[in-house]
Design a binder for this molecule. Structure first.
Ligand SMILES: O=C(O)c1ccccc1NCC(=O)[C@H](O)[C@H](O)COP(=O)(O)O
Length: 262
């Protein structure tokens, strides 16, 4: 692939980690929750859905002040989130699969496993650990890998949110069979964020994707309205909520809830 920088470094580490570990022991999968349906219920309504993210740190943002990701996820649900995104990468994001299990047990919302998956076997494992959806990064996967991982997700009944940073990679996502497409405003090679990225790319995909998600760098109700007008069903928001002392209150404010004072 042509990307260089942070994403390449993480993907190379992930490939090494996978090669060095045996397959995980089978687990009893909890009853799946419908990730896509939860995101499109607002399509005819007043606003986009929010996938609210928990993570303890990130390469671009450093440390976030909320170690208890379960408490944050509960607050997000109470504030009106439609799904929770859980970073399960340890070295760069401070998370793990135990967070996925704990968050899912604490909320009734669908849960996205946000990680840097490199093989179909990890999609199957994600389902067993209770993920209702997995993130796949088109920019970092070859066409064959992407097709196989999307097909595996379908076969095991997990939603695949296929993320791209450019229109060309979004086209590859659709060609690989993706029905849920995320446009990441953050360039994962350079970590620079431009919230205009999703606004430019999403209209070109709208008629061909079941679900469109604008991701990264979103901070205000105006950002959500712009995403909705460009065709988004949902937005994925982490850092702007996690920087606040009360992430649940921050989400209510983001959603324009009247009692959420500034
Ligand atoms: O955020 C990073 O620094 C990062 C670095 C390398 C790969 C992925 C990275 N982030 C993933 C995401 O894009 C975000 O977690 C997600 O879209 C939420 O974005 P934000 O609201 O800006 O936290």
């Amino acid at each position: 692939m042509s990307t260089t920088g942070t994403l390449d470094r993480i993907m190379a580490r992930k490939r090494q980690e996978l090669a060095a570990r045996p397959p995980m022991a089978p687990r009893t999968r909890p009853m799946p929750r419908d990730f896509a349906q939860g995101l499109v219920t607002h399509r005819s309504g007043r606003r986009v859905s929010v996938i609210a993210e928990v993570k303890r740190k990130s390469p671009s943002g450093g440390d976030f002040p909320h170690a208890d990701v379960v408490a944050v996820a509960r607050a997000y649900e109470a504030a009106g989130a439609s799904a929770i995104s859980v970073l399960t990468d340890g070295p760069d994001f401070g998370g793990g699969l135990e967070d996925l299990v704990a968050v899912r047990a604490a909320v009734s919302l669908p849960v996205l496993r946000k990680d840097f998956l490199v093989a179909a076997r990890e999609v199957e494992e994600s389902a067993q650990w209770g993920a209702d959806a997995v993130l796949l990064i088109a920019d970092a996967l070859e066409d064959g890998e992407l097709r196989e991982m999307v097909a595996t997700a379908k076969a095991v009944g997990v939603a695949a949110l296929v993320e791209a940073h450019t229109e060309a990679h979004a086209e590859r996502a659709l060609a690989a069979g993706a029905k849920l497409v995320g446009i990441n405003n953050r360039n994962l090679a350079t970590l620079k964020t431009d919230t205009g990225t999703a606004l430019r790319v999403m209209p070109k995909l709208r008629s061909r994707a079941r679900v469109l998600v604008a991701e990264s760098g979103l901070k205000s109700l105006a950002d959500l309205v712009a995403a909705q007008e460009a065709g988004a069903d949902a937005v994925l928001v982490g850092e702007s909520l996690l920087r606040e002392p009360d992430p649940g209150h921050a989400l209510r404010r983001l959603l324009g809830v009247k009692d959420a004072a500034p």
